[in-house]
Design a protein around this ligand. Structure first.
Ligand SMILES: Nc1ncnc2c1ncn2[C@@H]1O[C@H](COP(=O)(O)OP(=O)(O)OP(=O)(O)O)[C@@H](O)[C@H]1O
Length: 266
């Protein structure tokens, strides 16, 4: 069943069009990867879903979610959906945190906005979600600068999933992490997705991640989807020469697969 349907989404920049008539749908509970080279328009397309485009970019077309066109919602209506039903995590996990607020304060901000819980319940919920993503509950009182990149990204995932969103948009969440932290974060996402049943829109240029986690994929080139379908089908029988080129030029899967479970325990 379709959770979100993107219909002829175009995004125009100040000088030229960036994204051209994208159409795809995301099904409930699936891992949908959008893959393509740097600059192909993956991030701007993902930002348009939550009305997070910079003001110099304009989106047209339709993004249907829960019977409504997200592009036509008022900023206030969009804020009620974003964070609660549609959550984001980004490559720039540092930028997602305010340096002078504790991790606990970041939890609290989301809990106050989207959940009605008492102060004690909020702290309890935050501490158990920290433990759930493999962090200690002491992290609650720490500042972002006191955590490693991998730990911060795991905290960001815990916060994003608190309101139990239907869709998590993960924009290259592991690009800035070393390979072991990256592996841990992806395994965590995969586990949480199975447990929570949320769909993931996963933006990446890394085919190793596509091969391991994606159910379906869309391949983007120069602002257009050149090929889309079942991930294994596209990987094994790419129809577009560009997809074939991307797959052939991707780094070997062997290093990623060699990471053993002993390397990834916290
Ligand atoms: N605010 C902006 N104003 C003008 N052009 C922009 C703006 N934001 C993005 N672009 C342009 O839009 C195009 C697509 O950018 P986008 O960040 O979506 O690519 P991407 O596929 O996500 O790349 P990457 O993998 O490097 O993140 C690029 O050419 C970029 O320069």
């Amino acid at each position: 069943m379709s959770l979100l349907t993107v219909n002829r989404l175009s995004i125009a920049g100040p000088r030229q069009p960036i994204v051209h008539e994208l159409s795809f749908d995301i099904r409930a509970g699936e891992w949908f990867a959008v893959v393509g080279q740097s600059g192909s328009g993956k991030s701007v397309a993902a930002s348009a879903i939550g009305q997070l485009l910079p003001s110099n970019l304009k989106a047209t077309g339709e993004i249907r979610y829960d019977g409504r066109n997200l592009l036509a919602l008022s900023p206030a209506d969009m804020r009620r959906i974003r964070g609660r039903q549609i959550a984001y995590i980004f490559q720039d996990y540092q930028g997602a945190f305010t340096p002078f607020h504790t991790i606990g304060r970041h939890f609290d901000d989301v809990q106050r906005l989207h959940l009605s819980l008492s102060k004690d319940e909020r702290r309890q919920q935050a501490e158990s979600s920290l433990v759930f993503v493999g962090l200690s509950e002491e992290v609650y009182d720490r500042y972002p600068s006191q955590l490693s990149g991998g730990q911060l990204q795991r905290a960001a995932i815990a916060i994003a999933l608190l309101p139990k969103p239907d869709l998590l948009i993960a924009d290259e969440p592991t690009t800035a992490l070393d390979s072991v932290s990256s592996f841990r974060v992806l395994e965590l996402l995969s586990r949480l997705q199975k447990e929570s049943g949320c769909a993931i829109l996963f933006i990446t240029h890394d085919w190793r991640h596509v091969r391991k986690y994606a159910d379906r994929i869309a391949v983007m080139k120069d602002g257009r989807i050149v090929e889309a379908g079942d991930a294994q089908e596209v990987l094994h029988r790419p129809r577009h020469p560009y997809t074939e080129l991307l797959i052939q030029s991707s780094p070997s899967l062997s290093r990623f697969n060699r990471l053993s479970s002993s390397e990834v325990t916290s």
